[in-house]
Design a protein around this ligand. Structure first.
Ligand SMILES: Cc1ncc(COP(=O)(O)O)c(C=O)c1O
Length: 283
């Protein structure tokens, strides 16, 4: 990556530095987005811009650019970096001010963005991944895509230490979401996933999947489900911008179904690919 965005301007990556008193650095006082790029085009850009605006609004950061300006800025960055397949990362913090918990009175938000090459995880999409279960220890505004990711990274680290790809979080008996993904189960042909409330991030990949289900007569229940339902599921999969629709084949060492990605998951993978191709061209 040769170029990055710092406060609305494309600069050399080496010049993109922030102050040690940036509130994002000191408090995690900011929000972010990760957007997939296929064939040099952003996938579901509009939805990501909307969520970014909503997240920043919910913590009282006023975006210095409108959604069209942000989109254009990121498109320019993708072009400058000749990115074909990868991600754009964008974050905004409340800005630079002497350390004090309460919001500073006059501060300019700090917007940064960069791109990264990232292949489609073809092998994982085919074979599926192993996961662990872990108690969800995060705060009660998981709908905000906050820079504060300590709960998420501790969960992911636990999974990594057990040789697993993802940690499935639960509050007591109720499954919430992965450390960086949404979780779905399939039972008797019905796709079940946690409703989008304050306990999970409203995944953009999740919404693409739910729209695909609606368009193809696949029944959906958006509701909380329990650890018991998870262990009895015919199929389990996760969704995220970078992991797309990834089958889950084991949970805490216990095989899901027959240990192979199931037919509904496969179908949704195919429908998801169709949507990518409709928006970004043939992969
Ligand atoms: C906690 C959490 N849930 C869900 C998701 C999936 O969201 P999306 O599909 O918008 O990438 C993510 C993505 O990073 C996440 O961090």
């Amino acid at each position: 990556m040769k170029y990055a965005i710092l406060n609305g301007k494309i600069v050399n990556r080496t010049e993109a530095k922030v102050d040690i008193e940036d509130r994002g650095y000191q408090f995690g006082d900011g929000v972010y987005e990760v957007i997939r790029v296929y064939n040099g085009k952003m996938f579901t850009a509009k939805e990501h811009m909307e969520r970014f605006a909503k997240s920043s609004d919910s913590i009282g950061i006023k975006l210095p650019y409108n959604r069209e300006q942000l989109t254009k800025m990121l498109e320019d960055l993708i072009e400058k970096n000749s990115l074909k397949l990868g991600i754009v990362y964008m974050q905004i913090t409340r800005g630079v001010a002497p350390r004090n918990h309460a919001f500073p009175s006059a501060v300019a938000p700090c917007l940064t963005a960069y791109t990264k090459e990232l292949p489609i995880p073809v092998n994982l999409l085919q074979t599926g991944v192993k996961t662990i279960l872990t108690e969800d220890i995060r705060w009660l505004r998981c709908d905000i895509k906050s820079l504060n990711l300590l709960g998420n990274i501790l969960a992911k680290q636990k999974a990594a230490e057990e040789g697993c790809y993802e940690a499935i979080q639960h509050r007591g008996q109720e499954v919430t979401e992965g450390s960086s993904s949404n979780i779905f189960i399939v039972k008797d042909g019905v796709v079940i996933t946690h409703e989008s409330n304050n306990l999970i991030l409203k995944g953009i990949t999740k919404d693409v999947i739910l729209r695909a289900c609606a368009g193809h007569h696949i029944r959906v229940e958006e509701r909380t489900f329990t650890l018991n339902e998870l262990s009895q599921a015919d199929e389990v999969f996760l969704s995220s911008t970078t992991s797309e629709v990834t089958p889950i084949v084991a949970i805490d060492g216990k095989t899901v179904g027959d240990g192979q990605p199931g037919p509904v998951t496969r179908k949704l993978q195919a429908l998801f690919k169709q949507e990518i191709e409709a928006q970004c061209g043939v992969l």
